[in-house]
Structures are given as C-alpha cells and as structure tokens.
Write a protein that binds this ligand. Structure first.
Ligand code: SF4
Length: 375
C-alpha cells in the first residue's frame, strides 16, 4: 500500500517562522495544477501498481485551490492509480479560507480529513508570527468544518512562541480541547535560519522562551493530552483512538509514496527523489519534457539511518529485531551499543527488542539520534 502527497506551494502571505518552500504567486496556480497533472501521469509506474491508501494535499496552502482545481488533480489520481475505497484523503487549510461557502463548494470531493493550521488561539501571538487569521476565525473554522460533516479534524499548534507564558500555553490547550477535534499536532517553535522571526531574534527585537520553559510546556502538553484521551503516537502528534494520521504513519513505517509538485519528495524503499524547489522551473521542466527531480539511490546505511530517525520519534520506537532482520546484525549491535548510555540514564526504555524514548528522553531526542546515526 502506498500514499500520494500533493504539494501546493502557495501562500497568501508569509508567516514569519516558516522556512517551507512557498511563494505568493496566485497567477501561477492554473499552470501549476496542469503541471501536477502531468507529473502524476509520469509517476504512474513509480509505485508499481501498489494501491493508494492515503492522499494528502499539503503546502503552502491547499485551501487556496478552487473546487475545479482540486477536482482536476483528484480525477487524475483516481484515473491513474487504484485508490482504496476507505482511503484517507486530507487537505491542509488556513482558518480564514474555511467559510461555509468554501465547504459547500468542495462538498462533492472525497475529502474525509482536514488539517487546520491554527498555531495559536491568541491574537497577539498570531500577529507576531504574521498569521493571516485571528483566534476567533480559527474557532469558527473548526465549527464550520464540523457543520460541513468533517469528523476527522486535526489542528496544528506551536508552543514556545515569543513572549508565550506557561499559563498562556495551558489556555491554548484548553481552547483546543474544547473544540471536539480528533487530532492535535503540537510543535515547539524553532528559529530557522533566514526566516523573519530568526532575524528578529538575532536583532534582539523579540524575546524567545528559554529551554526550561519549553520543556515545561511540553510536559504540560503530554499531561493534558493524556488526561483528555489523546494518545501520543509520535513526539509531536496526538490523536483520539482510531484517529492517527494514516498518511504520516505510513511515512514513519517507511511505506512508499510519491510526492508531486515543486519541492515534493518521493520514496520507494530503494531510492529517494526530490522535485525542483521552484514553481516556475518545475512548470517549465514539465512543459518541456525535461528532468524535474534529483534522485539518490539508498545505501544500507541510508536505510538504517532513515529507519532509526523516524522510529525513534514514534510511540512504537525502534525495534532491534527489525534492524537485525532488515539491515543485519552489525547495525543492530551498533544501535544497541550507542543507545546503552541513554538506557542507563533512563532516557530510553528497553523492553525486549523495543527502544522507546521516555519523557525526559524526548527532550534530548536530537542528541540521542546523533549518536545512533551510521555515517
Ligand atoms: S501558511 Fe503555512 S506554508 Fe504558508 S508561510 Fe505560513 S506556515 Fe508557511
């Protein structure tokens, strides 16, 4: 089974913390949709007839597309691939796009999951990070999605925003939990080099949250999620029973997928590919029948590193038996030897062949990961 990711790299304005490849160029949307359709045709055999169990429109801002643009892409996917009857079909959206009119326009499309980029329910936070919606609009967007019949709704939140307090974060979580949603992705803010927010921090124009407060916010997140029936199935992802993101879970299980659109990545166990990260060059390449991606064949170490990097973040953790079976005894021994000190210091639990981060291990997951990588 496999997945399809469609990247829609357009945003109406740029959030100050974001380093994703996106552009503010709405005139290019129709040509991009045509190029995506062309790429889907070229990728038809990439997944070798595997059936499609998830389709995910991410971005950028997929909710910028019109119904006919979504329809064109979805029709092409159904025409070229075998899409399973109960496939999970998600689109990401910005709250201010999610009006009753929008939902009514897409009501005949097969979407059954929506991921809303809310980030904060505090207007001061939202202004500071240059989001285009208000806290009230975020709540209305969730209500509109529910009225439109969506019963699988995810929201994104960010903690550790400039000037955010622990009390403020508790309040964010309380609002989120009052909305009757099924899934929350909560990420600690990182200042990515080159972003507007990073420049403001470098110039001392804003005050960040210190590491201890970040850790406290994460601990509160774990407690609140647990207390409200949300399972932490990945470091930053929480769901009610039966509502894990199947699309992201398939990435974490290293199942094959194609990523279509500028800067999208594809993976088929043997190799990784990544598309040109420029809308105009991507469209030009597809129109002129030129190569639009780069490709890397995966070595044994690459495959081991990918597995460790992804699995360490999940609730299921790293399975030494799987490493031995898939990558050999030498790499299984290497992994166990390098993680031992973290087991001894109770940052990692070892139960049989499974290695799982403890709550304090999560706080140093990047350090642990560095030790496990095989270069
Ligand atoms: S809407 Fe999303 S993709 Fe676009 S700039 Fe903001 S965070 Fe980045």
């Amino acid at each position: 089974m496999a997945g399809i990711y469609i990247h829609i790299p357009f945003c109406k304005k740029r959030c100050s913390y974001c380093d994703f490849y996106t552009e503010i160029a709405p005139k290019l949307i129709p040509s991009l949709v045509d190029a995506i359709v062309s790429e889907l045709h070229l990728r038809k055999s990439y997944l070798q007839e595997e059936s499609i169990k998830t389709i995910y429109f991410g971005g950028g801002t997929p909710s910028i597309l019109s119904k006919s643009q979504f329809q064109k892409i979805i029709d092409t996917i159904y025409h070229l691939f075998i899409v399973e009857e109960n496939a999970e079909i998600t689109f990401e959206a910005n709250p201010d796009d999610l009006t009753p009119e929008f939902f009514s326009s897409i009501s005949s499309l097969p979407f059954n999951r929506i991921s809303i980029g809310i980030q904060s329910f505090d207007d001061d936070d939202l202004k500071r990070i240059n989001r285009r919606h208000t806290a009230q609009e975020a709540i209305i967007a969730v209500n509109n999605a529910q009225r439109a019949g969506f019963t699988n709704i995810s929201i994104d939140l960010i903690y550790g925003l400039p000037y955010q307090t622990v009390e403020g974060w508790v309040n964010q979580l309380d609002i989120a939990l009052s909305l009757g949603i099924q899934h929350i992705s909560a990420y600690g803010l990182t200042y990515e080099e080159g972003t507007q927010l990073w420049k403001q921090k470098e110039a001392n124009e804003i005050e960040g949250v210190d590491e201890n407060t970040m850790n406290e916010m994460y601990a509160i997140l774990l407690k609140k999620m647990d207390g409200n029936g949300f399972e932490r199935y990945e470091i930053s992802n929480f769901s009610l029973a039966g509502f894990r993101s199947r699309h992201n879970t398939s990435y974490w299980k290293q199942e094959p997928y194609i990523g279509v659109g500028p800067s999208a990545h594809s993976y088929n166990i043997k190799s990784r590919q990544w598309n040109i990260a420029s809308i105009t060059n991507y469209i030009k390449a597809l129109n002129n029948n030129e190569l639009f991606f780069e490709k890397e064949e995966l070595t044994l170490f690459d495959k081991y590193n990918d597995y460790v990097m992804i699995s360490l973040r999940t609730k299921e953790g790293i399975d030494l038996q799987k490493i031995e079976f898939d990558f050999g005894t030498e790499l299984a021994n290497y992994c166990l030897k390098n993680i031992k000190t973290f087991i001894d210091s109770e940052k990692v639990d070892k139960i049989d062949s499974k290695l799982r981060l403890t709550p304090t291990g999560i706080q140093i997951s990047n350090l642990i990961l560095t030790e496990l990588m095989k270069l």
